[in-house]
Each structure stands twice: as structure tokens, then as C-alpha cells.
Design a protein around this ligand. Structure first.
Ligand SMILES: [Zn+2]
Length: 97
């Protein structure tokens, strides 16, 4: 995804600006892997294959995201809280009414 496009994204929860950390770029210099971090709510939104994952909490599967985020976090010096890491894992189908 183009860096200019990612710059325009804001947190879906509180509309704050997001801090972009780039882990890898493609040959055009566009973001391939990385993450967006919200200072307000401390959420982390991963960028996977150039696509920012900006879903609300209820549509995210933190268990799936965690290994990816942890791998990315190994590439940056900055510490951040992994969303869901302190929460009990929920069954993935518990959102059915
Ligand atoms: Zn936020």
C-alpha cells in the first residue's frame, strides 16, 4: 500500500492519527509489511501484504494476528502492547447470537 494512503488512515475506534512503522517495502517503495499504532487506545493494526487490517475488535482474531505482530515487533526497537495479549482467548465462533 502506498505510504501516502496509509498516512491518511486514522484509528477506527477514536479517529486518532496512527503512527506507521514500516518493516518491509516492495520494489516500488510501497509498504508491504508493517503496522500502525494508535497512541490513544494503544491498538496495533498490522499491515499484511500491503493491506492494513483495520477491523473493529469484534472482527479481529488476535490469536491469528499475534504471531505476525510478534515477528514484526522483533524488527523494531520500540515496545508496544500487543492487543489481546493480556486478554483471555475467546472461541472464534462466540459472536453468534
Ligand atoms: Zn485508537
Amino acid at each position: 500500500m502506498k505510504i501516502k494512503m496509509i498516512d491518511k488512515l486514522c484509528c477506527p475506534m477514536d479517529k486518532q492519527n496512527l503512527k506507521l512503522t514500516i518493516v518491509s517495502k516492495d520494489i516500488h517503495g510501497d509498504v508491504l509489511e508493517g503496522f500502525l499504532y494508535c497512541n490513544m487506545c494503544e491498538r496495533v493494526f498490522p499491515i499484511v501484504s500491503g493491506i492494513p487490517i483495520m477491523s473493529p475488535d469484534e472482527y479481529r482474531d488476535f490469536e491469528l494476528e499475534q504471531p505476525f505482530l510478534q515477528r514484526l515487533a522483533g524488527n523494531v526497537s520500540e515496545n508496544f502492547r500487543l492487543i489481546g495479549s493480556n486478554e483471555r482467548a475467546k472461541p472464534s465462533l462466540d459472536c453468534n447470537p
